[in-house]
Design a protein around this ligand. Structure first.
Ligand SMILES: [Zn+2]
Length: 1059
């Protein structure tokens, strides 16, 4: 049983929807395990090999290596089996974990952008060598059904056991070991209950083809001409003029006609890998063809073509949804829409052993209040009357499609814990001949995956119905805040924005009350009572023990006090226009908001507009501790931890009151985002950051963010609980929230953009017959003050064959989980160790597949499961992200900010964050978008214009030879040199191309939770460095590997695990 305290349904529950005494969920041991798992063993061995016959790595970071060395590099890229010199920089083989920092890097940074990568000249550039492209051979094979699903060889299983960083340290309580023979009888995977009965396609690519004939190598070399900006490929038949080809068929298909390429294995490969001494380098001039390795663009495009035409119905258990990049409609037929819940695996392994062996994380990314597109129905609201929602007596799961009615409908058996509960008389209904209630399809809770219950007073804090929430605005009026124009902009905007406070009924006025405070090192409260002719200011200068100087007139209805509020907002910029005060407080600001909500006995949200490090004497005062020397050292983690416990303690109080904090930062220097962000992150709030804010150029972005943030649907005083069927349980949680026990996720606020990622572990064996269930219930107060329960249900299949697990995973969701895990881990673990652990776990995932699911083949072949073939490229993007592998120019605040931002991203946001969308602007006709190209410089044509979307930024890259007509259509000038790189919006020209492009930009912006500022980047301008930073398939200037190099490295890791 999951719980130990059965209660009758009608028992009044104090506030929490959840029974007490659920002690079975142990504490999450993740950080612990992270701390305990140093660099993986196989990895270190690889590093040791390197130090022998090869030059030290430091040389690789500097000037391009001499010719011979490059040749070795090239051969090393082949399979990763030879001397792996070139794959090094990104993987921290370097004896000291310092990232390469070149003095040239920082000086070249454009002042307005702190994340600028260094100039190209400092980067290890592509050496001007003739290179041959290795022809891959592509084979589609099914997992061998005869194969023993679990390895018996000790030499293989050992690495899995000894280096399993994510699934817990050896001390982790595990389910009792189950005999492999009994649990996993070998059987054909075709017998598994998988919706698509065809065997899963397996992508198999060999990078070990024959040495191409000399003539061919000449020809191939043309594809990769030396030097930057000369890398366009020659036009190929069927190509649109001037643009690099997009490979169709992607993985493994040769580019262009390559007769005679599908040859036998390259014999030299056979000597590689396993032996302790590296074999001599094969003849040089071999390099992986980027078109032969799995292409994100092709996978995205295939999914779009195959899955966007039909609605995705959620009735089929264990069916992986279309990718987040595909536009599709969802029909709720009993499981939650993928807009609410996405899983890493839709076939969960039956046992803990199997899960551990595969190392595939079992997690769900849950966005409980996600907004749905207009053509999908929002969750219905169900009212079960005074008794409250019908629930299982024992585990307290809510009525859902997985409850089975028995005994003619008088009782129901819980799908989660199997306990049988009486049906209350008012809920009784007869069953049809199939055992279903005859009202099944009239009741959302019996037929839908997602719905809401009206909560009764038993579900309210202190058994009292909640008050409507309040919004309180705190405006920093110190010198920098005024001077940047922020104060003026905020005050002007609030005058109109207050008419758009959230409401459930668009016809009615919002019931949200508002209050206003300004501050520098003292706080000014305003009485805006409707009966006043003018607002009154009350100053609290003793900030050491914050109190609220007024009750009546502080929180008011907008319509009642409109005149007074407008007067106040007009006066604030004038009052502080000549301020000389540069110091600010921050702790007392939040304390004041908390006290105000306490006094009003309501939940709410604080909007804090803040500019500087709070150094004024007050609780929560901070010091400047930015120390770049710690970056890359074992002490780096301290930079991401809060300076003191003050804000963590304050967070607890805020959460208890339902006080959510949104922080808008306008820093000109270090403000310690790691510390200031603690309260927002713990209360379900958001942090926005506008570094070097300038009214002219940043106003639009800030105002759009603010408008969305104020208006967006949200719940208050929320608590979320994930129940699961017997055999698995939720053990770890990632996101913006607070937890005071191991099961309840407390969110002072929960808005429509916030995501909680939940990890599951086995505590028993799962059954293939019943699968696994999860139910996510969120109790919250709506913006109109109603107490509600939103319920999302999800059922997945369970499997006893590894092949079934590997055919039904969602790589984008796995990456979402991994990145959140890694970004959290750097709080307690050296960054290098975090990176190594990630590489190792992914290698184990792929090695397990290779060992157990792929047909036997040469070790020189890299074989990836079809649904995970992008795992290496995406993982590499995570590893070389600014948080895990910073360039010299990125500030600590930026890293802390990105770290916090990622923690509540959904899968769609994390996908584009790590692999931005790069669109060639060729022909913009009709409603469809041009097909994206891969994020690499060699895909850019000098004659083209490209739009790059990162989820946080938009770039318009203009090639130096862009066609005049194109430039005229977009910019209104045919001359490259006349394009103003400082423009942040495109001119509104009266031609279809311009209109369509602006439409595309608008639609991209509307899909993201934060406004993306447009930046025009002209080829070979200084600002191009920023743009190139996001070309994530290329080598990064901070030492991150190119995709090709990383894939080779992964292959080597996999082979080490298998040998
Ligand atoms: Zn139950």
């Amino acid at each position: 049983p999951l719980t130990s305290a059965p209660r009758p349904v009608s028992t009044p529950q104090a506030y929490s929807q959840y029974p007490q005494g659920d002690s079975q969920n142990g504490p999450p041991l993740m950080d612990h395990s992270m701390a305990q798992s140093p660099v993986s063993q196989p990895y270190s061995q690889g590093a040791m090999n390197l130090s022998g016959p090869h030059p030290s790595y430091s040389q690789q970071y500097g000037a391009p290596p001499p010719m011979q060395q490059v040749t070795n590099q090239m051969s090393g890229m082949q399979i990763g089996s030879g001397p792996p010199t070139s794959v090094g920089p990104g993987y921290a083989h370097h004896p000291s974990s310092q990232p390469p920092i070149s003095a040239a890097y920082s000086s070249a940074a454009p002042p307005s952008y702190t994340q600028a990568p260094p100039p190209l000249s400092a980067a290890p550039s592509q050496p001007p060598l003739p290179v041959n492209l290795q022809p891959p051979s592509l084979t589609m094979v099914a997992p061998s059904p005869q194969q023993q699903p679990f390895p018996s060889a000790h030499h293989l299983s050992q690495p899995f056991v000894s280096s399993s960083p994510y699934l817990g340290p050896p001390s982790q309580p595990q389910a009792p070991p189950v005999s492999q023979q009994q649990s996993f009888p070998p059987g054909p995977p075709a017998q598994q209950p998988f919706p698509n009965s065809a065997p899963p396609p397996v992508t198999q690519a060999s990078y070990s083809g024959p040495i191409p004939p000399p003539s061919m190598s000449q020809q191939q070399a043309n594809h990769l001409p030396p030097g930057p900006m000369q890398q366009q490929q020659p036009p190929q038949p069927g190509m649109q003029g001037g643009y690099p080809t997009q490979q169709n068929g992607a993985f493994g298909q040769p580019r262009g006609p390559q007769p005679g390429y599908a040859g036998p294995q390259y014999p030299v490969q056979q000597n590689y890998g396993a032996g302790p001494a590296p074999a001599p380098a094969p003849p040089a001039q071999k390099r992986l063809d980027p078109d032969s390795i799995p292409s994100p663009i092709q996978v995205i495009e295939d999914d779009r073509v195959n899955k966007s035409s039909e609605p995705f119905t959620t009735g089929v258990k264990g069916q992986a949804p279309p990718l987040v990049t595909t536009n599709f409609q969802v029909k709720d037929q009993g499981n939650a829409s993928p807009r609410f819940i996405r899983c890493t695996a839709y076939n969960m392994p039956c046992t803990a052993d199997m899960a551990k062996q595969s190392q595939v994380p079992l997690a769900a990314v849950i966005k409980p209040l996600a907004m749905l597109p207009p053509d999908e129905t929002p969750p219905y609201i169900v009212d079960h009357g005074d008794g409250g929602p019908i629930r299982c007596n024992r585990c307290k799961a809510y009525m859902c499609p997985y409850m089975q009615f028995i005994e003619g409908g008088r009782r129901f058996q819980c799908g989660f814990c199997s306990c049988v509960t009486e049906v209350p008389p008012h809920y009784f209904q007869h069953l049809d001949h199939t055992g279903k209630r005859v009202d099944c399809y009239d009741r959302p809770e019996l037929s839908q995956g997602s719905y809401e219950f009206v909560a009764t007073v038993d579900y309210c804090k202190n058994n009292k119905l909640p008050q409507p929430p309040s919004f309180i605005f705190f405006i920093d009026v110190s010198y920098n805040a005024v001077k940047s124009g922020m104060v003026n902009i905020v005050c002007q905007e609030l005058k109109t924005l207050l008419d758009y406070l959230p409401r459930e009924n668009p016809e009615a006025d919002s019931v949200v009350r508002v209050g206003f405070v300004t501050y520098n090192k003292v706080l000014h409260f305003y009485n805006v009572k409707s009966s006043l002719a003018q607002p009154q200011m009350m100053v609290v200068s003793d900030v050491s023990d914050m109190f609220l100087p007024l009750l009546d007139g502080f929180l008011v209805g907008v319509n009642d006090s409109r005149m007074v509020i407008e007067s106040l907002l007009d006066q604030i910029p004038e009052m502080f226009a000549d301020t000389r005060e540069t110091e600010t407080v921050f702790g007392p600001v939040i304390q004041a908001g908390l006290e105000a909500l306490k006094a009003a006995d309501c939940a709410g949200k604080l909007f804090v507009f803040h500019s500087t490090l709070p150094i004024a004497e007050a609780p929560g005062k901070l010091k400047n501790r930015e120390d770049k020397k710690l970056v890359g050292t074992d002490k780096e983690k301290s930079l991401f931890q809060p300076q003191s416990g003050f804000y963590s303690n304050l967070s607890k109080e805020c959460v208890a009151q339902g006080c959510c904090v949104d922080l808008f930062l306008f820093p000109n220097q270090y403000v310690d985002v790691a510390t200031l962000g603690v309260v927002p992150v713990s209360t379900g709030g958001s942090v926005y950051k506008y570094t070097y804010f300038q009214a002219e150029t940043d106003r639009e972005r800030f105002l759009n963010d603010l408008r969305r943030d104020v208006q967006k649907p949200m719940g208050f005083d929320a608590v979320m609980r994930v129940r699961t069927s017997t055999g698995i349980r939720a053990t770890d949680f990632f996101g913006s929230f607070f937890m005071s026990n191991t099961t309840d996720v407390e969110l002072a606020g929960l808005d429509c953009d916030k995501t909680v990622t939940v990890e599951f572990r086995h505590d028993d064996k799962l059954s293939e017959d019943t699968g696994a269930l999860m139910q996510c219930a969120v109790l919250y107060t709506s913006c109109s003050g109603q107490r509600r329960l939103r319920v999302h249900n999800m059922a997945v299949n369970c499997c006893s064959q590894l092949a079934d697990l590997y055919r039904n995973c969602e790589t984008d969701t796995i990456i979402n989980f991994f990145s959140k895990y890694a970004y959290r881990s750097i709080l307690n673990t050296p960054t290098k160790t975090v990176r190594d652990t990630m590489v190792n776990q992914c290698a184990q995932i792929l090695a397990c597949y290779r060992k157990n699911c792929a047909s036997p083949s040469s070790a020189g072949q890299l074989i990836l499961p079809e649904c995970m073939k992008l795992l290496p490229v995406y993982l590499n993007c995570v590893l070389k992200s600014d948080v895990l592998q910073p360039g010299a120019d990125i500030s600590l605040d930026d890293r802390a900010y990105l770290r916090q931002l990622l923690s509540c991203m959904d899968v769609s946001e994390s996908h584009i964050f790590f692999y931005p969308r790069l669109l060639p602007l060729v022909k913009l006709d009709g409603g469809s978008l041009p097909m994206a190209v891969r994020n690499s410089e060699e895909r850019l044509s000098k004659g083209g214009v490209y739009l790059l979307e990162t989820g946080l930024h938009l770039f318009l890259w203009v090639g130096a030879n862009a066609q005049q007509e194109l430039l005229s259509n977009i910019f209104g000038t045919p001359t490259f040199s006349q394009i103003d790189p400082n423009m942040t919006s495109l001119p509104e020209l009266d031609n279809p191309f311009s209109q369509r492009l602006r439409e595309i930009i608008d639609s991209f912006r509307s899909q993201r939770s934060r406004y993306m500022k447009l930046m025009v980047v002209k080829q070979e301008d200084k600002a191009e460095l920023i743009f190139k930073h996001f070309l994530c398939e290329d080598k990064s200037t901070s030492g991150g590997a190119s995709y090709v190099d990383f894939l080779c490295h992964m292959h080597k890791e996999i082979r080490q695990l298998l040998s």
